[in-house]
Design a binder for this molecule. Structure first.
Ligand SMILES: Nc1nc2c(c(=O)[nH]1)N[C@H]1C(S)=C(S)[C@@H](COP(=O)(O)O)O[C@H]1N2
Ligand SMILES: [Mo]
Length: 348
C-alpha cells in the first residue's frame, strides 16, 4: 500500500511514544494528574484566549488513550431505528458538510473535592472550551436513514473496556442527537489530538463530559429506550466560577491588580458575575463580554490595602436565573458542585 497516501489522512503518532494513560506531556505547571485523567491548573489559563489551548486541555480517560489509524478506522451505524446499517470511513466523515462550534466539555466530577467531604479528587480544572469542527451527527445518521419511531442513540468508544462495565458508551435522546451534537475531527484548528478522541469524537453541547464519547467507533439508533450504564444520572453541568490564579495566589500589596477568571453554566450563558475581595462582605460587578455561550471570561481591578492571608470569591448567575449558592448540598455521587469557592490569597 502507498504509505504517503495513508499519511495524508491524519497525523498518526509513532507507537513508541505511547507510555502512560495519556499521550501528551503533562507538565506540573499545566496539569494535576488524577488517576488515568489530568486536570487543568487554572493558573495555566492566565493570559490565554477564549479557547483552552490543546496543550492544557484537561483529559478525562477511563483507561488509556488508544492509537487509532484513521485509514482503517470505521464508524459503524446500526440499530432498528435506522433504515439499514451503514459503515463510514474517515474520508466519508470528512466529506460531509462541516460545522464549527465553540463548546465547553466539563467532567461531571468537576469541583468534587470542594464539597468538603474529601480532600482528594477534582478541583475546578475539569473543564475546557475548544473550537470543534466536524460533521453534525444528524448528517451522519441521515446517511443511514432515520426511522420515524427512533428514540435513543448509543455511542460507543474504541478504547479498552473498563473492566466488566465494557466499553465507554453513552446514550442521548434522538431529539438531542439531531439538534446540535457534532462528530468532531478537529479541535482548535488542528486534527483531533489522540487524547481527545482521534480520529473522531462526539461533542454534546450542554451535557456532562461523559456524553462526548471519544474514539467513536459505533452508533446504535434504537426504537426503544436504551440502558445507559456510564450515565451519571445528571446531564446539565452546574454554574461555576474560577479565578485564573494559583492556590494560594500571591498578590503585591498596595498596587493595582487585575483579577481575571471565567464563569460558565451548562444551562445557559452567564448573565452576571460578582467578585468579593473582603470575604463576602461586599461584592463588585466584574466586567465581561456578552453572549459568549461556552464560558464567560471576566476581569476586575483590585488594589489590596491589607497585608496577609485572605480569600477571593466569585459568584455567577446564568440567563435562567440559576445562581451559585454559598453551599452545595452533597450529592451522593459527588456531581454538580456549584457553590461559591473561596480562593486563598496572600497579600504581601
Ligand atoms: N471513549 C471514551 N470517551 C470518553 C471518555 C473515555 O474514557 N472513553 N471519558 C469521558 C469523560 S469522563 C470526559 S469528562 C470527557 C473528557 O474529554 P477530554 O478528555 O477531551 O477533555 O470525555 C468523555 N469521553
Ligand atoms: Mo468525566
Amino acid at each position: 500500500m502507498d504509505r504517503t497516501a495513508l499519511c495524508t489522512l491524519g497525523d498518526i503518532p509513532p507507537l513508541s511514544a505511547h507510555r502512560g494513560p495519556i499521550v501528551k506531556p503533562l507538565p506540573a505547571d499545566l496539569f494535576t494528574t488524577r488517576g488515568s485523567s489530568a486536570e487543568t491548573r487554572w493558573e495555566a489559563m492566565a493570559g490565554q484566549g477564549y479557547h483552552t489551548p490543546n496543550d492544557r486541555f484537561f483529559v478525562g480517560n477511563h483507561t488509556t488513550t488508544p492509537f487509532i489509524d484513521a485509514h482503517s478506522w470505521r464508524l459503524r451505524l446500526h440499530g432498528d431505528g435506522l433504515t439499514g446499517p451503514r459503515v463510514l470511513t474517515y474520508a466519508d466523515l470528512r466529506g460531509l458538510p462541516a460545522r464549527t462550534m465553540d463548546v465547553a466539555i466539563e467532567c461531571a466530577d468537576n469541583g468534587r473535592s470542594l464539597f468538603g467531604h474529601r480532600d482528594d479528587g477534582w478541583g475546578l480544572g475539569g473543564i475546557g472550551v475548544a473550537r470543534w469542527r466536524g460533521a453534525p451527527l444528524r448528517s451522519v445518521l441521515e446517511l443511514a436513514g432515520i426511522r420515524p419511531d427512533a428514540v435513543d442513540v448509543l455511542a460507543t468508544g474504541l478504547d479498552d473496556p473498563v473492566g466488566d462495565r465494557g466499553h465507554v458508551r453513552h446514550v442521548v435522546p434522538l431529539a438531542k442527537a439531531l439538534d446540535d451534537v457534532l462528530v468532531a475531527y478537529e479541535m482548535n484548528g488542528v486534527t483531533l489530538p489522540p487524547d481527545h478522541g482521534y480520529p473522531a469524537r462526539l461533542v454534546v453541547p450542554g451535557w456532562v463530559g461523559i456524553a462526548s464519547v471519544k474514539w467513536l467507533g459505533d452508533v446504535e439508533v434504537s426504537t426503544r429506550p436504551l440502558d445507559n450504564p456510564f450515565g451519571t444520572g445528571v446531564t446539565t453541568p452546574s454554574v461555576k466560577s474560577a479565578f485564573e490564579l494559583p492556590r494560594p495566589a500571591r498578590i503585591p500589596f498596595g498596587r493595582r491588580h487585575v483579577l481575571r477568571g471565567r464563569s460558565w453554566s451548562g444551562a445557559g450563558a452567564i448573565a452576571k458575575i460578582e467578585v468579593s475581595t473582603d470575604g463576602g462582605r461586599s461584592w463588585r460587578k466584574a466586567f465581561h463580554r456578552r453572549g459568549t455561550r461556552a464560558w464567560t471570561p471576566w476581569h476586575l481591578e483590585w488594589c489590596p490595602r491589607e497585608k496577609g492571608p485572605g480569600v477571593l470569591l466569585a459568584r455567577a448567575v446564568d440567563h435562567n436565573g440559576y445562581r451559585q449558592p454559598e453551599f452545595t448540598a452533597y450529592d451522593k455521587m459527588g456531581y454538580l458542585f456549584d457553590a461559591i469557592v473561596a480562593h486563598p490569597v496572600i497579600v504581601e
